[in-house]
Design a protein around this ligand. Structure first.
Ligand code: NAP
Length: 266
């Protein structure tokens, strides 16, 4: 049964408009997910944001928050039914492919609508030296002997770099890695946003030869690429994994507008 609630529109300019209030689950863990949750709450929707629970002190969105996995797509489907969720907004990171697959499966053959927010990917400028690869393992294979790397791909899948004794460098992430870190590597625990001036100072102090990055997109972690461009350094860019097709937005405002007011049931 659908749970449409009709809330009076607060705008004095258009007193006759009535807004449809939805029960929404935002799959989060990104800056934009927090932005989306804030705008949906401000629009009067009943919003729960979900975080994976991998970060110890996560930045919390406004609205209700739940933390931890659902137990695969079946677990998520059961949660959606139990909480009578009408709309899922998948605003997970472009590399959080498992969660997006689970969301896609969980809403199949149900009345739950699924929308995705995905920030636009980065593209190289003509004077940038990027090698595109499909995985971190390919990135580790691609770099030349003795390279000094700046690795910004998160805490998972780093063993392929550690396995090459000739490589060294700095790895930046929010939470420490689970692997033992061999000599020659330094772990830098830090959270975005990272600004150009600080990135430039880090690059100059460390003397990196290559940057290893996932194609996360967005502005918060873009500065390292701008510095690499300025210094003429090579970038090895891991391409995004495929996510299942669904109605997607690359702009928060467009997604919010899609939900609309006055009778647009999405
Ligand atoms: P993933 O590989 O796609 O998902 C692994 C499992 O973690 C999922 O099957 C699910 O467990 C749980 N999970 C993931 N996102 C969740 C969420 N928002 N709420 C509840 N459970 C969630 O995900 P990941 O790459 O490890 O990323 C984990 C979280 O960190 C995501 O929320 C993502 O937005 C954020 N993040 C990821 C990256 C990245 O580079 N991957 C970067 C920045 C932020 P169950 O199967 O038990 O439900």
């Amino acid at each position: 049964m659908s749970l449409w609630l009709i809330a009076p529109e607060k705008s004095l300019a258009m007193p006759s408009l009535r807004r449809i209030v939805k029960k929404i689950l935002v799959l989060g863990g990104t800056t934009e997910a927090r932005e989306i949750a804030a705008q949906l709450v401000a629009a009067g929707h009943v919003v729960t944001s979900s975080l994976a629970g991998v970060t110890r002190n996560p930045l919390l969105p406004v609205g209700k928050v739940r933390i931890g996995g659902f137990g695969g797509s079946d677990g998520l489907r059961a949660y959606l039914q139990h909480e009578t969720i009408e709309l899922v907004v998948d605003a997970t990171h472009p590399f959080a492919a498992q969660m997006s697959h689970n969301a896609s499966l969980a809403v199949q053959n149900s009345h739950v609508q699924l929308l995705r927010f995905e920030r636009p990917a980065w593209h190289p400028m003509p004077d940038e030296h990027w090698t595109m690869v499909n995985s971190l393992a390919d990135a580790a294979r691609d770099v030349p002997t003795g390279a000094k790397l700046f690795v910004t791909s998160g805490r998972k899948g780093l063993a392929c770099f550690f396995d090459r004794a000739d490589l060294s460098g700095v790895m930046r992430m929010v939470e420490p890695p689970t692997e033992r870190v061999p000599p020659g590597w330094r772990i830098l625990l830090d959270r975005p946003p990272h600004r150009f001036a600080e990135e430039l100072a880090l690059f100059q102090a460390e003397g990196f030869s290559h940057v290893i990055s996932k194609n996360a997109g967005g502005v918060a972690t873009r500065a390292k690429l701008d510095v690499a461009r300025k210094l003429g350094l090579a970038v090895v860019m891991v391409q995004r994994p495929c996510k299942p097709p669904c109605e997607s937005f690359s702009d928060v405002k467009a997604l919010i507008l899609r939900l609309g007011t006055s009778g647009d049931n999405g």
